[in-house]
Write a protein that binds this ligand. Structure first.
Ligand SMILES: Nc1ncnc2c1ncn2[C@@H]1O[C@H](COP(=O)(O)OP(=O)(O)OP(=O)(O)O)[C@@H](O)[C@H]1O
Length: 359
């Protein structure tokens, strides 16, 4: 998969931007608020969902009289377009035909690391679950569809629970749907974690390797067998009815990580170690996806690393069969990438971002 062209119109601080891309890492630098992260966010919209800022489409439109935004990209020989008009949800076209958002997952494998993820290991399980599903989606583009199917069946079952319905048939239909989608979700997640750990083990890297585990979040073993999931859901009906919602299942799962000879839990590690661990996962994810040439977005990663770690990161980035985009406030943070990357200088001109391509 190759992303060869990116164009933005009225996206956040960018009235317009057009970039022809090649295989080199892209190093984007400029002062705070210049619009660097907005470029990465635009790239993240080339995948299903709300992108790396989890933003509502209306907030992504450039403030001003023209309220709609648009992103165009060429991925291999496909023309991809996505955007939202005023008051509208996001739409996607692929080769000028309307397409569901989930179709983007199969066209381009995207992974990202943002400063908001610095607290990932100490944040709520929900935040880690979203991260886990992002990783999983990069390996299994169908994961988004399974998640939607699961959520829909669960919403319907929750309605039955709240209405205190005792009609067995409806429960059985919905629980069978949840069990099937839920088993697929768990399998996809387990496989993604296994592939990432495998990629960590096989690599020469200066970043720590993490032991990753999928946790059920409710003390129960994580289950990938539809029959036993359906049986558990049936047995849980009285408890779920009292709570008014489904209490167990993959929608409550969590991601555990530990590392080093003492098997140190990520949440107990230092800030720098937590960042290095995350970076290690993202790099392993990218290596595991090598045949697909993923796009890797690293927002403000350089600033948090000491010089030797930064040099190691750049060596790994340039060796990856991936298209990488990095941001930093100063060009000096990219000094070790001289001659190995393309440099884009972003500045603010009044209310709009502007770019100088330094080659
Ligand atoms: N919808 C919008 N319309 C216009 N401008 C916007 C919109 N949303 C955000 N911005 C502006 O974009 C700027 C932030 O851009 P971005 O996050 O890309 O900055 P950055 O260069 O990454 O900065 P930093 O180094 O501080 O992270 C802010 O000035 C913000 O006001």
């Amino acid at each position: 998969m190759t992303l060869s062209h990116l164009a933005l119109a009225q996206f956040r601080s960018w009235p317009r931007l057009a970039l022809e891309l090649d295989a080199r890492p892209v190093a984007i630098f400029g002062p705070n608020g210049a619009g660097k992260t907005n470029i990465l966010e635009a790239l993240s919209m080339l995948s299903p969902g709300r992108g790396m800022r989890s933003a509502a489409p209306q907030d992504q439109a450039r403030r001003g009289p023209e309220a709609g935004w648009r992103i165009r990209a060429t991925i291999d020989d496909h023309a991809v377009e996505t955007g939202a008009g005023p008051g509208e949800g996001r739409s996607v076209t692929i080769d000028d035909k309307p397409a569901p958002q989930v179709a983007l997952g199969a066209l381009l494998r995207l992974i990202w690391l943002t400063p908001a993820m610095d607290r990932l290991w100490t944040d709520a399980p929900e935040v880690r679950r979203r991260f886990l599903d992002r990783l999983t989606l990069s390996f299994a583009p169908g994961h988004a569809e399974e998640a939607l199917a699961y959520e829909k069946a669960m919403r319907d079952r929750n309605r039955l629970l709240r209405d205190e319905m005792r009609d067995d048939r409806w429960y059985r239909v919905l629980e069978a749907r949840m069990a099937e989608a839920g088993a697929a979700i768990t399998r996809n997640r387990q496989e993604a974690l296994a592939r990432i750990m495998q990629a960590q083990a096989g690599a020469e890297t200066s970043f720590p390797s993490a032991r990753l585990v999928l946790l059920a979040g409710d003390g129960e073993a994580d289950d990938a067998d539809p029959d036993s999931i359906a049986a558990r859901l049936a047995a849980m009906r009285p408890r779920d009815m009292a709570a008014g919602r489904t209490l167990t299942g993959p929608h409550r799962a969590d991601l555990g990580a530990s590392w080093g000879p003492q098997d140190m839990p990520a949440a107990l590690s230092s800030t720098g170690e937590q960042k290095a661990l995350l970076l290690s996962l993202i790099l392993a994810n990218a290596r595991a996806l090598a045949p697909e040439r993923p796009v890797v977005l690293l927002d403000e990663v350089a600033a948090h690393l000491d010089e030797s770690r930064r040099a190691a990161l750049y060596d790994e980035i340039t060796a990856l069969p991936a298209q990488a985009f990095l941001t930093a406030t100063g060009r000096e943070l990219f000094a070790a990438l001289d001659g190995r990357a393309r440099f884009l200088h972003v500045e603010r001109e009044g209310e709009a971002s502007a770019l100088t391509d330094e080659g």
